[in-house]
Write a protein that binds this ligand. Structure first.
Ligand SMILES: Cc1cc2nc3c(=O)[nH]c(=O)nc-3n(C[C@H](O)[C@H](O)[C@H](O)COP(=O)(O)O)c2cc1C
Length: 230
């Protein structure tokens, strides 16, 4: 068996190369500082031994993968984990939730449902986001959690993605209206399907992560859509 080939379908039987999967990527800088952040990945070959990451240069994950070209894709369907690792103060979660992984010199998250350890094979950095071509080193189960499908969970992931785009859109002078409409819709779904739950709480944490300027722009937009935030 050549290095890089693992029967990943034994672990994740329904994975398709045509789908972008959202994972938590854990990486480590040259001087040993660990990081975790939500990122999308897409497999680029039919036997699922290689995948592509597209990461913006301003992210810590980008710098870590340049300095130490290995990491772990932590697979979880818990949307609150995506929110936690989007926060500026995520170090407090990291300290409690990381542990050594099995092969690569980068940590993994405790309690993920499955893990894909990888090394970076090649980098194309003429563009931003930068393309990282990654080779699967090992894939294995973590802790399996079976939960029924819930619209709120997916709405929280959508909310997280769109909140993470607000500041970059503002910096680039892009039109925010479509993004704000998507945020309004996710909030409505959460209100309708998960009021007073952890998911509802985490949607508030996400909103509070915005800068004062973007938060006030968003609030004005939401008011026009009939959503009042405290
Ligand atoms: C579900 C989800 C998927 C994301 N996917 C990507 C991605 O593929 N590439 C990227 O550069 N940022 C992506 N982001 C945004 C980063 O997670 C965000 O900028 C984060 O703060 C980067 O953290 P870091 O600086 O510790 O790397 C995503 C965010 C979410 C919520």
């Amino acid at each position: 068996m050549s290095i890089g080939y693992v029967p990943i379908r034994d672990i994740l039987p329904n994975i398709s190369p045509n789908i972008v999967y959202e994972v938590i990527l854990t990486t480590k800088s040259r001087d040993g500082k660990v990081d975790a952040a939500p990122m999308g990945l897409r497999f680029i070959d039919n036997n699922l031994s290689r995948f592509l990451l597209r990461i913006y240069k301003e992210n810590k994950t980008y710098r870590n993968l340049i300095e130490r070209p290995a990491g772990v894709a932590n697979i979880t369907r818990d949307p609150t984990v995506f929110v936690k690792y989007l926060m500026k103060d995520k170090d407090k979660y990291l300290r409690e939730e990381i542990e050594d992984s099995e092969v690569v010199d980068a940590p993994r998250l405790r309690n993920a449902e499955a893990y894909i350890e990888f090394t970076v094979e090649s980098i194309y950095d003429e563009v931003d986001p930068v393309d990282f071509h990654c080779l699967v080193v090992k894939a294995y189960w973590g802790v399996r959690v079976i939960e029924p499908y819930s619209r709120a969970a997916y709405a929280l992931i959508e909310l997280a993605v769109n909140i993470s785009k607000v500041e970059p859109y503002l910096k680039q002078g892009l039109d925010l209206s479509e993004l704000f409409n998507a945020i309004a819709y996710s909030l409505k779904v959460i209100k309708k399907t998960a009021t007073g739950t952890v998911i509802d709480e985490y949607s508030k944490i996400l909103l509070s992560s915005l800068s004062e300027n973007s938060s006030s722009l968003l609030k004005q937009h939401l008011l026009r859509s009939g959503i009042h935030l405290e």
